[in-house]
Design a binder for this molecule. Structure first.
Ligand code: FDA
Length: 417
């Protein structure tokens, strides 16, 4: 193979969503850009996203859909590059899309279309590729960053860290960006798995494990500021509520409702689930009671998924509760049953971890970065974008919108020779 150039205006490490976007934008502005990734296969997270159809944005995106210790940081980039801007790019490439629900946009065909689109945009910017390529270390002198890689040394006047978060390490996710941030004296907000199933003590969960596979719409909220413990970081600790589907699993709870609340959950705190958010069970049970010869389990199964009704009565309310005739059940018992179903509070013992998480929350502390450019204030020429930064979106296309927006902000700010 011919010897290729090793000196660039910009080196981008991480050829995922944010890195490809930043490289393409900078390249199309005429900058000499090299894009480096250690993976064998390009953009695996885009590939598997949205069940293979990539929920590439959310048309309702606002800064309120993100968690960060510095909640206003994301405003500027999100305002400068909107979901409509990304849709325009998607349409320019002839990719057909549809809205699934709640503003979530998906490809009609495959997430491969988004990867191919970003690759073509990089090609239009004459971006040079080093992939698979491992960066062993990075040093900086007055002039440039020197990257020692297994494909030789690369120098670049500007360095963009776009290596994402730690979710799904089996796909090559690393904390490389966080290590580089620390190396250059920047702070890191403690990283944790987010958009992740919650787990429970095995013994305490035993009665519910039989419900594995049951799904229903619930409303779920965290303790947040309403909890007993003092808030540590206001943005993460505010009480937030989601109306989404919940899924019982063998080890705990999953489904969109739980993934959403997991990002706000703090260890040791309870979550509060309304298992019948569209009903007033107290009213319905008391209304059905007069003279009713039906068993309580039959009545509850008419209002709720049958498997859940049976198991709930057996394991939560006691062995015989379900077999009582409704007319014989004291009003107080019915009120307590309804209250419990509408406000089921439980304390997870942890999460399913990075292996099952969709994203990492925390990351490079945004207080060290310029919100318009993503450049580190104390290290001119060093940029952090995408999930590596302490900006974490809700479930529903927001994380990709942040990747695109932060990538574009950076790509437009990078300078030529
Ligand atoms: P991204 O992870 O995309 O890219 C990072 C790149 O850096 C990778 O190519 C990796 O190989 C490379 N890298 C890592 N360490 C390196 C190192 N040391 N050296 C060199 N290269 C390195 N979001 C959304 O909005 N809609 C959705 O539908 C989904 N669905 C979804 C499903 C699943 C299963 C997961 C795990 C995640 C999602 N997400 C999502 C989240 C979304 O995928 C994620 O937030 C973005 O891909 C983040 O973009 P980045 O470019 O920051 O990182």
């Amino acid at each position: 193979m011919a010897r290729v150039a090793s000196s660039f205006d910009v080196a981008v490490i991480g050829a995922g969503a944010a890195g490809m976007m930043a490289a393409a934008v900078a390249g199309q502005r005429g900058l000499r850009v090299v894009l480096i990734d250690h993976a064998e296969k390009l953009a695996e997270k885009i590939r598997i996203s949205g069940g293979g159809r990539c929920n590439f944005t959310n048309i309702g995106t606002t800064p309120a859909n993100f968690l960060s210790q510095n909640p206003h940081f994301c405003r500027s980039a999100l305002a400068a590059y909107t979901p409509r801007d990304f849709i325009d790019m998607v349409e320019k490439h002839g990719i057909r899309w549809h809205e699934k629900h709640r503003g979530q946009l998906f490809c009609d065909e495959s997430s491969e279309d988004i990867i191919a689109m970003l690759k073509r945009e990089c090609d239009d910017g004459r971006v040079a590729w080093r992939m698979p390529c491992s960066v062993k270390d990075i040093v900086r002198d007055q002039e440039a960053f020197l990257l020692r890689t297994n494909q030789g040394n690369i120098t670049a006047r500007q360095l963009v860290m776009a290596t994402g978060g730690m979710a799904i390490p089996q796909l090559g996710a690393t904390d490389f960006a966080l290590g580089i941030a620390r190396q250059f004296g920047l702070k890191v907000v403690e990283p944790r798995p987010a958009l992740v199933p919650l787990t429970f003590d095995a013994q305490a969960w035993q009665p519910f494990s039989a419900l594995s596979g049951v799904a229903l719409e619930v409303s779920v909220k965290n303790d947040g500021a309403a909890g007993k413990r003092k808030p540590a970081g206001a943005a993460v600790r505010r009480q937030t509520e989601f109306l989404e589907d919940l899924l019982f699993t063998h080890r705990g709870l999953s489904g969109p409702a739980i993934l959403q609340i997991s990002s706000f959950w703090e260890p040791g705190e309870p979550i509060h689930v309304d298992l019948a958010p569209h009903q007033d069970l107290e009213r319905d049970l008391l209304a059905a009671k007069p003279g009713s010869r039906q068993q309580l389990s039959t009545v509850l199964a008419g209002l709720w998924p049958k498997r859940l009704a049976d198991q709930w009565l057996a394991s939560v309310e006691g062995q015989d509760a379900g077999s009582l005739r409704l007319a014989d059940v004291p009003d107080k018992t019915l009120r307590n049953l309804a209250a419990h179903i509408h406000s089921w509070s439980l304390v997870p013992n942890g999460t399913a971890g990075y292996k099952k998480a969709e994203v990492m929350r925390g990351g490079v502390d945004t207080r060290a970065l310029n919100q318009k450019t993503m450049e580190a204030g104390t290290v001119p020429g060093l940029y952090f974008i995408g999930e590596a930064v302490d900006v974490t979106g809700w479930l529903g296309g927001y994380n990709f919108q942040w990747a695109w927006a932060s990538g574009v902000a950076c790509g437009q700010a990078l300078s030529g020779a």
